[in-house]
Design a protein around this ligand. Structure first.
Ligand code: SF4
Length: 426
């Protein structure tokens, strides 16, 4: 039996603390808090690298981690308070990261991104860290190397200080889970900047590099953003050939969407926009994730879809068209741009003089990774009700805790896309 106090597994339970295994809900809340803290730490880390921080976040991370060692472990109600406070702190962390990104790289502009390839050497950059990408783009200028984004790096194309570089050419591949095939297909060198990098196939191991917090045994790690070895490697590898791709739109920072507020409100009032769906999150590999493509596909034509994070790759190749010039698929960016979603929802509620739960807005989220836990906690901390999550309930959420979330926040598990859609729109 695992003792939450000693962090050890002991046959028959811990003789010192005598509490292990007795309360699976407390253990579940502790796991939720720890996973949420990892997500907050990730956003906090990226912001700090760009010179932005908030002492309240650091202090909360310390305190909340410490609670996992103290007797608060055995008080579920206190733990729920910490879990919701973690949600609030994550909003702060996403906000300072947004400030850091926009101060350093400018405000995102709605941008068309090709999924094709351009003749020449190439480096594919995956992960989330825009600073590493920026430094690499600068160091490759004039060296005959094109830079491609992968997965969560797609929104980089919309930041003025990144998009101004002509050799940032396209996006290659989609969500993290397919990277072993996608990296295999990419003939150039590859840089992984953060989490969600998988153990590589032998076929591309020697073309893969890590930096910053990413690291894989046997894979060359770059320190202090000196990308010279990666650049040399890329120059030694085969050149990519010109390849047509499709075009995807990104860069809908909340400021770009809020500029449309008056138009959106009048379209809502005229009955031309019936509902907003936020469909996205951390993509979960496997067949069950196809729910999100199907759901997005059947969303009626008088509804808009907001999306973010790598869950969008389930459907962002589809043509959703427009409503009176507004694209029906609005890509807000990386998972941390959930902050944009929150700002949009708050602004719509204010403009329509109502509360967020009375808006024609529904959230259908896919979750898999710890940042998704932090974001869900943020949404719950804002008291947003009726969120659908899937494709399956995370194993670290006990039945008891899930019931509390269901009763307090009307949290729902996805079922069938048509059934869920009908339930939402009825
Ligand atoms: S959105 Fe989530 S699952 Fe996807 S790459 Fe980012 S952290 Fe990983």
């Amino acid at each position: 039996m695992f003792c939450y106090q000693c962090s050890q597994t002991m046959p028959g339970g811990c003789k010192v603390h005598g509490v292990c295994g007795k309360d699976e809900d407390v253990a579940s809340l502790q796991d939720i808090l720890i996973f949420g803290l990892k997500g907050i730490a990730a956003y906090n880390y990226h912001a700090k690298r760009l010179g932005f921080s908030d002492a309240k976040i650091d202090s909360f991370i310390n305190e909340a981690l410490f609670t996992t060692l103290t007797n608060v472990n055995f008080d579920a109600d206190r733990f729920i308070e910490y879990v919701l406070k973690a949600g609030q702190m994550n909003i702060k962390a996403m906000e300072i990261l947004d400030r850091a990104h926009t101060a350093r790289f400018g405000f995102p502009q709605v941008t068309k991104v090709s999924t094709g390839a351009k003749e020449g050497h190439g480096i594919l950059v995956t992960g989330h860290d825009l600073l590493d990408l920026y430094e690499l783009i600068k160091q490759t200028e004039g060296k005959g190397i094109n830079i491609y984004t992968h997965g969560e790096m797609l929104p980089a194309h919309s930041y003025p200080e990144l998009k101004k570089f002509k050799h940032l050419v396209a996006n290659w591949g989609g969500a993290w889970a397919k990277q072993r095939e996608e990296f295999d297909d990419f003939p150039g060198a590859i840089l992984a900047t953060t989490n969600c990098v998988l153990l590589p196939k032998d076929s591309y191991r020697d073309r893969l590099f890590t930096c910053s917090v990413a690291g894989i045994k046997g894979v060359k790690h770059i320190k202090n953003m000196d990308f010279s070895d990666l650049i040399k490697k890329a120059q030694s590898l085969s050149r990519l050939k010109n390849k047509e791709g499709i075009t995807i739109l990104t860069g809908f920072h909340y400021r770009n969407v809020l500029e449309l507020t008056d138009k959106l409100i009048s379209l809502i009032k005229d009955g031309k926009i019936r509902h907003f769906f936020l469909i996205g999150g951390c993509d979960t590999p496997g067949k069950k994730g196809e729910y999100y493509r199907e759901f997005a596909r059947i969303v009626p034509k008088d509804c808009l879809i907001l999306t973010l994070a790598c869950g969008k790759y389930r459907f962002n190749d589809l043509d959703f068209g427009e409503i009176e010039g507004i694209p029906r698929l609005i890509d807000l960016g990386q998972c941390n741009n959930a902050y944009s979603a929150i700002e949009i929802v708050k602004a719509l509620a204010e403009a329509l003089n109502t509360d967020v739960n009375s808006l024609p807005v529904s959230l259908v989220l896919t979750w898999f990774e710890q940042k998704a836990v932090a974001i869900l906690l943020s949404l719950l901390a804002l008291n947003i009700k009726g969120i659908y999550i899937g494709p399956v309930a995370p194993e670290f959420i006990s039945k008891g805790v899930f019931n509390v979330l269901r009763d307090k926040f009307d949290l729902r598990l996805i079922s069938q896309s048509e059934k869920d859609l009908q339930e939402i729109l009825k």
